[in-house]
Design a protein around this ligand. Structure first.
Ligand code: B1M
Length: 214
């Protein structure tokens, strides 16, 4: 079995320095050489982004650097998407995903989306800063079985509760399973707001989501 450690490290380094074009080339090369899409994601991209996150937290890099890294992450995940999708099966159903009201973070949401799509589920992406009413309309107008809510800020976690409540008030809460996640979210919080599932990462989210389709 080939060792792709150096490829993953290179992808992580390119992500940290925000080299969007180079990272897409490196991701494609790693795929062509036989690296697993999931390992590229976890050991290259997510590993690189957590280093950027740590530096951001310690004040060693600032918002512009983080944005540049985020752009590279999006370019890289787009390059990876066909390979992740290929590992999936026939579409088994539909899900809705968004980042909740007030929150502009979309990297984790996009990863969750990609991993769910990789399980053969069609995903309708409502984007970021998503108003609860928009979620209600999407559920009404589709046959989605699962709604995935991402939140990255302690303040916007509360908008996950608003989304659950909006679905309840619209009388369509029981039509869907509601999954929540994002760095500040916990199982306890998910229970408190009446969500059906909390998962800590994109891969687990995809597994739990897939299980809802039988
Ligand atoms: Co923001 N930011 N940010 N930021 N940012 C955080 C989240 C923060 C922890 C940084 C810090 O201070 N250490 C902090 C939040 C503090 C808090 O509330 N506890 C923070 C802050 C404060 C802010 C601003 C307020 C900064 C400011 O303006 N002063 C501002 C808020 C803007 C807004 O949303 N209204 C802001 C802005 C930004 C940028 C725009 C610069 C950029 C976002 C770019 C983008 O997304 N397009 C950004 C980034 C990149 C980060 C960090 C560095 C990285 C986030 C990320 O993408 N991580 C982050 C620090 C960190 O995480 N260490 C930080 C990688 C991603 C793969 O992980 O999104 O956690 P994550 O997703 C994971 C899991 O959480 C999970 O799966 C994913 C991977 O497996 N997951 C789910 C996510 N959603 C899920 C849903 C599920 C299940 C699992 O089910 C439905």
């Amino acid at each position: 079995m080939a060792d792709f450690t150096e490829s993953y490290n290179e992808i992580s380094r390119l992500l940290q320095s925000g080299k969007a074009k180079d990272i897409a080339v490196s991701v494609q090369k790693a795929l062509d050489d036989g690296a697993s899409p999931r390992e590229i994601l976890e050991k290259g991209l997510i590993a690189g982004m957590s280093i950027v996150g740590g530096k951001f937290k310690r004040g060693e890099v600032f918002v512009p650097e983080v944005l540049i890294a985020a752009r590279a992450m999006n370019t890289a995940t787009a390059a990876l998407k066909p390979a992740l999708a290929k590992a999936g099966v026939q579409p088994v159903g539909r899900a809705i995903i968004c980042t909740v009201k007030g929150d502009l973070h979309d990297i984790g949401k996009n990863l969750v989306k990609m991993m769910i799509e990789g399980k053969g589920i069609e995903v309708e992406d409502l984007g970021v800063d998503c108003d609860p009413q928009k979620i209600v309309e999407a559920v009404k107008n589709s046959n989605a079985k699962v709604v995935c809510l991402s939140a990255l800020l302690t303040t916007t976690m509360m908008a996950q509760r608003d989304a659950v409540d909006a679905l309840k008030n619209a009388g369509i809460r029981e039509k869907v399973k509601i999954m929540v996640g994002g760095a500040p979210v916990t199982q306890g919080f998910a229970d408190e707001i009446g969500a059906d599932a909390y998962t800590a990462d994109a891969a687990s989210a995809a597994e739990v989501c897939r299980a809802y389709y039988g």
